[in-house]
Each structure stands twice: as C-alpha cells, then as structure tokens.
Design a protein around this ligand. Structure first.
Ligand SMILES: Nc1nc2c(c(=O)[nH]1)N[C@H]1C(S)=C(S)[C@@H](COP(=O)(O)OP(=O)(O)OC[C@H]3O[C@@H](n4cnc5c(=O)[nH]c(N)nc54)[C@H](O)[C@@H]3O)O[C@H]1N2
Ligand SMILES: Nc1nc2c(c(=O)[nH]1)N[C@H]1C(S)=C(S)[C@@H](COP(=O)(O)OP(=O)(O)OC[C@H]3O[C@@H](n4cnc5c(=O)[nH]c(N)nc54)[C@H](O)[C@@H]3O)O[C@H]1N2
Ligand code: SF4
Ligand SMILES: [Mo]
Length: 683
C-alpha cells in the first residue's frame, strides 16, 4: 500500500516547500507539493518535482572515499567509515597541534536550509575545535546589511498578502524562476486588476509575463531609488503622518534625493526620465503597492546601499500600513530561534584557542587558501556547498584547492567539482532521509521534517557526521551527546518573538506552524504601526554619506577596464536549476552553457547564433555558446548559472570571470558587477 509521508524541501529557496512523498515498499514513487500548506499550495517547482532522479541516481555517493589520483582529477577508492574518521581526526589534530586550530576552516552554505544540518552540530564541532569561523557572505550579505540599516530587522510582507496588491514590483527578482510560489498570489492579484512591473537588466520569464519591464543598467538601483524618492518628496506624495510618526532621518533622505532629479537618475540607470517620474507617481499613489525585492540586485558593488535606499520607499508612502503593501526581501528575521543553543559559540572557550576564532570571509576563499597567514589554512572541511564552481575568482580558488599541503574533506551527495579536490569524501543523506527543522526566507511557517526514506548505502547526515567526529576527538561536552530532538527542543524553548510557544509536539502533529504573531490568523503587518527593529523603533531614512557611484566594473565605471572589457556580464540564476546543485543533469548543463547577447553586440563581433564564443576579462576566460536575443539590452550579456566546472570546456566555469571584490557593506561578493569582452572562437 502506498503511504504518504511529509517532508520539507531543504534547497536554498525562499519558498521552503512542504513536500508530500509517496512511498511504496520503501521506495519513493512520487513527490508533490502539500496542498494544505498555504504557500506551497499543492505544487513543486520543476527542479524538485523530479528530485527522485537525484535521490535514486546511480551517481549518488554511497561510501566514504579516499583520493588516489592528483587533486582535481576525481580518482578515489572506497574506504570504511572507520578509516575515514581515523584519517580525518588524525589530520585535524595534527594541523591543530602544529599550526593552531584556526588553520582549520569550515566552508558551508545553504545546500540544506535545515537548522540541524546547516548550522547545528557542525557549528558546535568547529567551535569546540577552535577552527576559524566562516563569515557566510556568499549570497545575501550586502542586502541583509542594507535592510538591517533601514528596517532594523529582516522581515517584510507576507507572500499570501501579495494577492491584495494593486501594483507589484519585482525588483531584481526573477519570481517565476526563483520564487515560484509567490507567483499564484500575483496571478490572483492581476485577475483583480493589479499590474506587475519588473526592474531587471534581463528579460527573464518574469519580465516577459509582466505589464512593464524596466531594463535598468546593472548595479544602478541606488540611483533609481533616489530618483523615485526625489519625485515622491518633490511632488508631495509622501504619507506625512507615517513619516512623522514612524521614521527618522527624513531630512537627510530629502536632501540626498533632491540631487537625483529624474533626468540625472535616467542617465545613471539607462531608463527614461519620464518613465522614472511616472513610475514613482504610480508607486506612491497606488494602494496597496508591494515591492518584491530579491537578492539579484545586491550582488553588485553598491548592492547594500541600494537595498538601504529601496527599503525607504514603503515608509515614505506609508505602504506598510496596507495588507498587500510594504516590501519583502526576506522573512528570515522573524524566525527568532535560540541560535546560541543551536550553535553554542561558547564552546570556543573550551577549545585549545580559548577565545573567539578569527572570521574568514567565504567570498574570498581563493585568497584564504593562497594568501592568508598566521596561520595559513591547512585543513578545509566543505559541506552544503560547492565552492570550486560557485565562488568568485575561480582560478584562485582552484589554485588553493590544488595545494598538496591542504587537507580537504568534502561531505557530499554527488561527486561535485569540489569533491574532486578532496582528500576524503564523506557520503551524506538528502533532505528526504534525515530529520530537520526549517525556517523560510519567503514565508512565515516553521516546519519539521522526519526522514521519509532510508539513507542509502552508508550515507549519514551532516548532524551525525559532526557528532561522530566530535566523539573521535574526545569532545565530552553534552553538546555532542544531544539527539536531533534534544537540539530542536533547546532551540525552540529559548526562542523569542513569534516563535515562542511553538513546540516539537505541535510541529510533529502539524508539520508546519505559522509563526505566532500578535493577532494570529490575521494578516501580519510588520510595520503598520512602526515597530521597526532599530533602537528608536523607527524606520531609518538617513542617507548621510550615501551617494551613487557606478560600480567600477560597469558601463559607467572605470574607463581603463571598460575600454578593454565593454560588456556587463550578469551570471544570474538558471530557472531550472539551483546554483550548481543540479549540474549533473544533462539539460541543466545545456541551459547553463549559453551566453545571451544582443544582436547588435553579436553582429559587431561577427558572432552567429549557436556559435562558440570566448568570454574573457583580466581574470580569465571561459567558453559558452552564443544565444542571440533581445532579451538583453546592448552592452549586457547574461550567462544562466552555475554550470559544473568539470563539464565546462577547459575546466573553466563562469566564476573564472567574476571578481572577489566585496560589496559596499556586508562584505558580500559582487558577482553581477563584472565586465567582460566576447569574441568568436573558431572551433
Ligand atoms: N530556479 C532557481 N531558483 C533559485 C536559485 C537558482 O539557482 N535557480 N537560487 C536560489 C538562491 S541561492 C537565491 S539567492 C535566490 C535568488 O533569487 P533572485 O534574486 O531572484 O535571483 P537572481 O537570478 O540572482 O537575481 C534576480 C534578478 O536580478 C537581476 N539583476 C541582476 N543584476 C541586477 C541589478 O543590478 N539590478 C536589478 N534591478 N536587477 C538585477 C537578474 O537579471 C535576475 O533576473 O534564488 C534561489 N532560487
Ligand atoms: N556566477 C555566479 N555565482 C554564484 C551565484 C550566481 O548567481 N552567479 N550565486 C551565488 C549564490 S546566491 C549562492 S547562495 C551560492 C550557492 O552556492 P552553494 O552554496 O555551493 O550551492 P549549490 O551550488 O547549490 O551547492 C550546494 C551543495 O550542497 C550539497 N548538499 C545538499 N544537501 C546537503 C547536505 O545535507 N549535506 C551536505 N554535506 N551537502 C549537501 C549539494 O549536493 C550541493 O552540491 O552560489 C553563488 N555563486
Ligand atoms: S526549490 Fe523552492 S520551489 Fe522548488 S520545491 Fe524547493 S522550496 Fe519549493
Ligand atoms: Mo543565494
């Protein structure tokens, strides 16, 4: 008899879907979205609807492996768990003894979003070890910092409320591709007359389906936000009452915005001055109007400031008052679980270091592996991430991973590019096979998943692996004896705000639980009556010292660079994959092997459709196939990303081109501030 079990999609996606797994004779036969979940609403995205091909792929890693060939060549032999754990603990101990524990660096991101397997037992382990801490900046650091400066807390409009909106703005947000569970609410709103506007340099699927598409120059959003504020303030379209009661720094914003008349904003953004004027008026006078800001626009040099400025707009217009108004970049700040109980930073005191370890910015991995000293990185433990493919300045990253004196452990489901460089590979479970607790960054439901399937082969969860490593290293603290349920209980019982009162038992029974906002059941309006996360509870509009300077690598940037590399490369997300996670699928490989080019840019270079082109800049070059399309404006090229390096010609992926410069605030990478040149490439 088929049985239906509950799970949660653990991928790095705002939707955090509630998943139903049909199991027959111990084998999953179907995955579908839980119809009972208010945001998942019975469907999954295309990439996860077919996740069972990954779950049961013959390429799944099932046994621990030890490297037998040169680094990067991917030659391994099977070993036992015992052998694997012995060599890892011996190496880590020896590195710690010789160089100090900070010579060990964990490297992880959101391969799974689960608390336990993403930032639970692993953190405890590395804290107790005294390893370097990792500053996890690779995705959202600039935007998070910007949002925190304006709102004081990282939360925003509930997705369900978008159905009430009359004007929806997708700002650097490819909703249809990367956040598809918001889409039905937008469809509903549009049926009732709402308009959808998109601000994106690329004509994405979302832009194609929109009422208007503003093809902004990459990295110029700050100028647009100031231009809009200019019109709103100059034309007296502010909600004066809201501004007076719930904001601070209006004068400062007003002064700054006064310098950005639509004509100036137009010259900086590539939009028409009249369009900016009309758009600002429409935004300020349409109620409710919601902005879905996503992280696309903060992967640029001024990304933090841009988010900071955009986030002032709903306060200026008082849009936070309206169900269906406001802005959503993320909802994650509302999940105030007890992080200390989860990660136990206090364990660092018991480490040989006996103090807080240094922090290493993950966006500068190449530098960390080749330049960093005192101590140098001698041991690298990678999990929930594939840095060989996804980290910027790939040549430097690969040079680091190549080092013979670097001991690398990779916990993986598949033999990724990074796993090819490992000394030891450990096979891990998928989200269908382990317990975890999940927050979301695109809705307000906390969720629990129990294993729906047996772990295949000798796979183990991250949680279990780090506990075993702790045991082998003789760490005796209670922290390493806790079960998954112990940790979940601890994390919940110390939680604050809207998580307070949610229990494991409730999650067990209901699978997903809406955060307990005051007036639960009603629409959650985070800032309808102020209540911002800042010291004074106000929305911080102050824009002192904030001015728009075009990214160095952009069409208005540093002349000496753009003369040689005149095209702005946007290597944004591929609709049918998840960063590099589905790079093993043939059709994903195809989709991520192309470069979108405007017909004018192509013909200027004599490039024909489908032709192989060399894309290059001062950092390196990679080969892609030209897709000639007016889906990009002249001067912009787009590479849907991220392709596996080992499937890319010459072993050079897109991130050979991206720089490891950091954003204005937050220390994030600037993936989308990247100038390149493109040329025909005979064969
Ligand atoms: N299908 C799919 N879904 C995913 C992912 C995936 O790889 N594939 N990845 C997941 C992850 S890790 C994340 S962080 C989220 C990201 O979700 P999004 O932020 O929506 O994804 P991006 O493609 O990075 O960027 C969104 C859009 O911003 C545009 N953009 C680039 N530069 C600028 C700019 O300077 N200004 C403006 N206004 N727009 C700009 C891009 O062209 C892109 O269409 O998606 C998650 N979901
Ligand atoms: N050029 C370019 N580069 C980019 C981006 C871009 O848009 N353009 N986007 C950037 C962004 S926003 C992000 S978030 C990063 C994402 O980069 P990563 O965080 O590296 O994400 P993925 O490539 O999806 O790789 C996640 C890996 O985790 C593994 N995994 C999944 N679950 C588990 C588990 O339970 N345990 C273990 N041990 N492993 C697991 C998967 O098999 C997969 O190989 O890439 C960044 N790089
Ligand atoms: S990747 Fe996102 S949309 Fe797809 S199933 Fe997972 S959470 Fe849902
Ligand atoms: Mo991301």
């Amino acid at each position: 008899m088929p049985e239906v079990r509950h799970s949660v999609c653990a991928l790095d996606c705002p939707d955090c879907c509630s998943v139903l797994v049909t199991v027959e004779n111990g084998r999953a036969t179907r995955l579908r979205g839980n119809p009972g979940h208010p945001v998942t609403r019975g469907f999954l995205c295309g990439k996860v609807a077919r996740y069972l091909d990954r779950e049961y792929s013959p390429d799944r890693l099932l046994y621990p492996l030890r490297r037998t060939g040169a680094k990067g060549k991917g030659r391994f032999e099977r070993i036992s768990w015992d052998e694997a754990l012995i060599s890892i603990t011996e190496e880590l101990r020896s590195i710690s003894d010789r160089f100090g524990p900070e010579a060990i660096l964990p490297y992880s991101y959101a391969g799974t979003m689960g608390y336990l397997n993403g930032s639970g037992m692993d953190r405890r382990f590395f804290h107790r070890l005294g390893a370097s801490r990792l500053d996890r900046t690779i995705c959202s650091a600039a935007g998070s910092a910007g949002l925190a400066q304006t709102l004081g807390i990282r939360c925003g409009t509930e997705p369900e409320q978008f159905r009430e909106s009359k004007l929806i703005i997708a700002w650097g947000a490819n909703i249809h591709g990367t956040n598809v569970h918001l889409w039905p609410f937008i469809v509903e709103a549009r049926r009732k007359g709402a308009r959808l506007y998109v601000i994106d340099p690329i004509r994405t699927r979302t832009a194609e389906l929109a009422d208007r598409h503003f093809t902004i120059y990459p990295g110029s959003d700050l100028a647009l936000a100031f231009g809009m504020a200019h019109v709103i303030i100059a034309e007296n379209l502010c909600d004066r009452d809201y501004v007076e009661r719930y904001t601070s720094g209006f004068e400062s914003l007003s002064r700054r915005a006064s310098e950005y008349a639509p004509e100036r904003a137009a010259s900086l953004t590539g939009l028409a001055a009249e369009d900016i004027r009309q758009f600002a008026r429409e935004y300020a006078t349409t109620r409710p109007a919601a902005i879905r800001l996503n992280y696309g626009m903060q992967r640029s040099e001024r990304g933090g400031a841009a988010v900071r400025a955009i986030a002032t707009l709903p306060a200026l217009t008082g849009s936070w008052r309206d169900p269906g108004g406001g802005l959503q970049l993320t909802t994650s700040g509302a999940f105030q679980v007890d992080r200390d109980a989860l990660e136990m930073p206090g364990l660092q005191a018991a480490s040989p270091l006996a103090r807080e370890a240094r922090a290493v910015n993950m966006a500068r991995l190449g530098e960390a592996l080749t330049v960093l000293d005192n101590p140098p990185v001698k041991g690298l433990v990678v999990y929930n991430s594939n840095p060989a493919a996804i980290a910027p300045n790939q040549s430097l990253v690969l040079r680091g991973l190549q080092r013979e004196d670097l001991f690398t452990v990779v916990l993986e489901q598949f033999q990724t590019d990074t796993a090819d460089y490992a000394d030891i590979v450990l096979p891990v479970t998928t989200f269908l096979e382990h317990t975890d607790l999940y927050f979301a960054y695109g809705h307000y439901y906390l969720q629990l998943a129990r294993p729906a399937l047996e772990p295949p082969g000798e796979t183990k969860s991250n949680f279990e692996i780090f506990r075993l490593l702790a045991e082998r290293l003789g760490f005796e603290e209670q922290a390493f004896h806790e079960t998954e349920d112990d940790v979940i209980r601890a994390v919940l019982s110390g939680s604050k705000g809207a998580v307070r009162g949610i229990t494991l038992e409730q999650l067990e029974a209901e699978h997903f639980v809406r955060l307990r906002f005051a007036g639960n059941g009603d629409a959650f309006l985070p800032f309808a009556n102020g209540g911002f996360g800042s010291q004074d509870g106000k929305c911080n509009l102050s824009m002192e010292n904030l001015d728009y300077v075009p990214p160095e690598e952009s069409r208005l940037g540093e002349e000496s660079i753009r003369r040689r590399y005149p095209l702005e490369l946007v290597s944004s997300k591929n609709d049918d994959s998840m960063n590099s996670t589905f790079g093993h699928r043939g059709f994903v490989d195809e989709q991520t092997s192309v470069l979108w080019m405007h017909p004018a840019d192509a013909s200027e270079r004599g490039i024909e459709p489908g032709e192989q082109v060399r894309v290059f800049n001062g950092r390196g070059s990679c080969l892609l196939k030209a897709r000639i399309t007016d889906g990009v404006r002249t001067g912009v090229v787009r590479a849907p990303s991220v392709r596996w390096v080992k499937r890319s010609p010459g072993g050079k992926g897109i991130n050979v081109l991206t720089s490891d410069r950091l954003t204005d605030i937050g220390g994030g990478p600037v993936f989308y501030s990247c100038l390149v040149q493109v040329e025909r490439c005979g064969d």
